[in-house]
Design a protein around this ligand. Structure first.
Ligand SMILES: [Zn+2]
Length: 172
């Protein structure tokens, strides 16, 4: 198990094409554990493999948010697909581990249903609304290379870039 460094925008690795996972082997189990460790280290609600620099098509969501008990393992979504979204929308601020301390208002469907493979190799579907729908859609966006900054105009994007590079300088 290992906490991996979370890749921060505008790192190009966040824009890589994601690669389908064919089977749940030891390296996928290792990736899962690294995602779990890295998400908990950063107090995230979810994290995608691209955010720790791995292009495989997988994200995880914190168990309570995904409808499990708090002590359960985070839920893995392997090769996920969004199969349904509601017409009804929600509009609230969204954060991302790849954009530390940045919150952006993003309009999203109120409800979303995802189909994915779990760590047991079985396909499953999960439907969520409110924050869970937002989280599922956000993490799925990562796997298509879409990021929070794609929801804002060029001026705001410039401001975010400045803020993040200042954070980086301060940390150095
Ligand atoms: Zn994110």
């Amino acid at each position: 198990m290992a906490v991996r460094e979370v890749v921060v925008w505008p790192d190009d690795r966040l824009r890589q094409a994601s690669v389908e996972i064919k089977e749940i082997d030891a390296s996928v189990r290792e990736l899962y554990q690294d995602l779990v460790d890295s998400m908990y280290a950063e107090n995230g609600l979810g994290i995608a493999a691209l955010q720790i620099g791995d292009p495989r098509r997988m994200f995880i969501v914190e168990p309570k948010l995904a409808g499990k008990a708090a002590e359960d393992r985070p839920v893995a979504f392997i090769n996920p697909e969004i199969v349904l979204v509601s017409d009804e929308q929600q509009d609230s601020e969204e954060g991302c581990l790849s954009f530390p301390d940045i919150y952006i208002k993003v309009k999203r469907p109120m409800t979303a249903k995802v189909r994915a493979m779990g760590m047991d190799g079985q396909m499953f579907e999960l439907e969520g609304s409110g924050l869970l729908a937002r989280c599922l859609l956000h993490e799925h966006d990562h796997l298509t290379g879409k990021l929070l900054v794609d929801f804002v105009g060029p001026l705001k994007r410039q401001m975010i870039k400045k803020k993040l590079s200042k954070l980086k300088d301060d940390a150095a």
